[in-house]
Design a protein around this ligand. Structure first.
Ligand code: ZN
Length: 539
């Protein structure tokens, strides 16, 4: 409790008990939690303590909240709204991934929320606003105007079907309009609640600066790039704050207005310090939401007549029927030509019989986002090489594919093992051609050593991999009892096609050797590569 008081008082050394001419606001803000609730009980406790002692408190979320973890995904965002209502959020701006369940679902969730979802720059075909644009809060005669802005990147950073018919106005243009609207409503303080970010890999990286350059914005509470700004950063007279990601830290901004003069500061509370006191009521709400998931995980999403092989000694070294079903599901979800998945992402087998959503989540527990990228045949070949470079060792990076089949020579030097690559239409892979490849965001950003996948252009996001797999199972796909020879050991001449050239097919005698090699279980030299996820920057 002592630590709590110290931290809180650290933000409230300016007088929170408003004197006649001075009013202080304490603003808790968080962003990019991606379905996590770890900070909520602490935010609630701090906010309640401040309110009890007469403080002026606002609580904001800067987006990418509703999707990402099991409870959030299975309830299609509802569990998150329930927790936010209990905490008493003042407003949120939806992030790109808050569209992951579709626009209609996001509208339903905004109606279930006790707070507004603010987004001033999102219009429909007729030019009408899709969300409330702003809200004015009043404290002791001080008016605080808050407007929301969503990144135009949302058009590619969620499934494009989720934003069909929407237009995203340029953030700085919207900000200009909002500032003059809020000034005309006599707001003393203007806050932009944004999901824009400052990711250097983003072509929109300067957008938050452009918004900050709009005269009249006191504070920008940003998200999207997962940036931890310890004390915010200042552009002109505007303070930009962002509080990292994944519910690991809480941003606290403080604004004091005294005789018309505004002073402001931003700080971060790091939850790993472990010294804060949680609000037990919020913990109970979170636990109740997670308990509801039990009912959802028992729902049957498909059937299999055979064992679907997902044990690590198989999926980290060779093709399996389960891996094929998973990669097929990515193609089903995206319409891409080729799918690439890492064997280490597949965590369990599924016994013959009914398949429940709970089993799907056990097999694919990481809430990976499905993406597509445009990738050259040359980079695809490099990915295949990487995927078998450590064969026959068990490695998480071992490749699983759909839309193509290839052979490789395990005794050849890593990087020069792949021989023939044939697409599902029978043609050989053309290293000079561009193909649409579906994978998971983790790999598309270079995870598991797949740096070449990060060379892809036109990165487009879809939903989660477990959702894609469950949806595919619902279509009652033809389930094979064995692998189909998509990734096969080969002994023979290298047959890689380069642009314009042709190559002969693999012979039957080779296939027999290949079958023998694939079926043989090699136990020598097992070296397990731990499944370490790169710190994802899930914008
Ligand atoms: Zn985002």
């Amino acid at each position: 409790m002592l630590a709590f008081i110290i931290i809180i008082s650290g933000f409230t050394t300016v007088n929170i008990f408003a004197s006649e001419s001075e009013v202080t606001l304490v603003i808790f803000h968080i962003n990019d939690v991606h379905g996590r609730t770890g900070a909520e009980a602490y935010i609630s406790q701090m906010a309640n303590e401040l309110k009890k002692s007469g403080g002026n408190v606002l609580i904001f979320d800067s987006g990418d909240r509703l999707h990402g973890q099991v409870a959030a995904n299975l309830s299609e965002g509802e569990s998150m709204i329930t927790v936010m209502n209990a905490v008493g959020y003042s407003a949120m701006v939806p992030g790109n991934h808050d569209f992951n369940f579709g626009l209609e679902r996001l509208k339903e969730l905004s109606e279930a929320a006790d707070f507004p979802m603010l987004a001033a720059n999102v219009k429909d075909n007729s030019g009408a606003n899709m969300f409330e644009q702003y809200k004015v809060f009043e404290f002791d005669s001080v008016k605080v105007g808050v407007f929301g802005i969503i990144t135009p990147e949302t058009l590619t950073k969620t499934d494009s079907r989720n934003t069909a018919g929407l237009a995203f106005e340029a953030p700085a243009v919207t900000a200009e309009t909002m500032v003059s609207t809020l000034q005309s409503e006599n707001c003393d303080i203007i806050i932009a609640l944004t999901h824009l970010g400052e990711d250097e890999s983003s072509e929109f990286r300067n957008i938050s600066d452009a918004v900050a350059a709009v005269d009249g914005i006191d504070l920008i509470l940003d998200g999207h790039s997962h940036t931890l700004l310890e004390n915010g950063r200042t552009v002109g007279n505007t303070l930009i704050a962002q509080a990292g990601n994944h519910s690991q830290s809480i941003g606290v901004a403080e604004i004091t207005i005294s005789g018309g003069r505004i002073s402001k500061s931003a700080k971060i509370i790091d939850l790993s310090d472990g010294e804060l006191i949680p609000d037990e009521k919020i913990i109970a709400v979170i636990e109740a939401e997670e308990a509801k998931i039990d009912a959802i995980t028992s729902i049957v999403v498909g059937h299999t007549p055979v064992l679907l092989q997902g044990e690590r000694e198989f999926v980290r070294k060779q093709e399996t029927n389960l891996a094929n079903l998973i990669t097929d599901s990515l193609i089903h979800a995206t319409g891409a030509e080729i799918a690439i998945y890492n064997g280490g992402g597949i965590r369990e087998s599924i016994e013959a019989g009914a398949i429940t959503m709970g089993q799907v989540l056990t097999v694919l527990p990481f809430s990976n986002l499905v993406v597509t990228v445009e990738l050259s045949g040359a980079d695809i070949l490099k990915a295949l090489e990487h995927g078998v470079s450590e064969y026959p060792e068990l490695v998480g990076a071992h490749i699983q594919v759909a839309g193509l089949k290839f052979d490789f020579k395990p005794d050849a030097e890593p990087g020069k093992r792949v021989t023939e690559v044939r697409l599902s239409n029978g043609q050989l892979l053309d290293t000079g051609k561009i193909y649409t490849v579906t994978t998971i965001e983790y790999l598309a950003l270079g995870g598991d050593g797949y740096d070449m996948l990060a060379h892809g252009q036109n990165l487009i996001y879809y939903g989660g991999d477990a959702e894609a797999f469950a949806n595919y199972l619902k279509t009652e796909p033809d389930i094979k009892s064995e692998a189909e020879g998509r990734v096969s050991v080969f002994v023979g001449n290298p047959l890689i096609n380069t642009s314009g050239s042709t190559a002969p097919k693999t012979g039957d005698s080779d296939n027999i050797i290949l079958w023998f090699c694939t079926v043989s279980v090699v136990i020598i030299g097992l070296k397990v590569s731990p499944f370490i996820r790169k710190n994802r920057k899930c914008v």
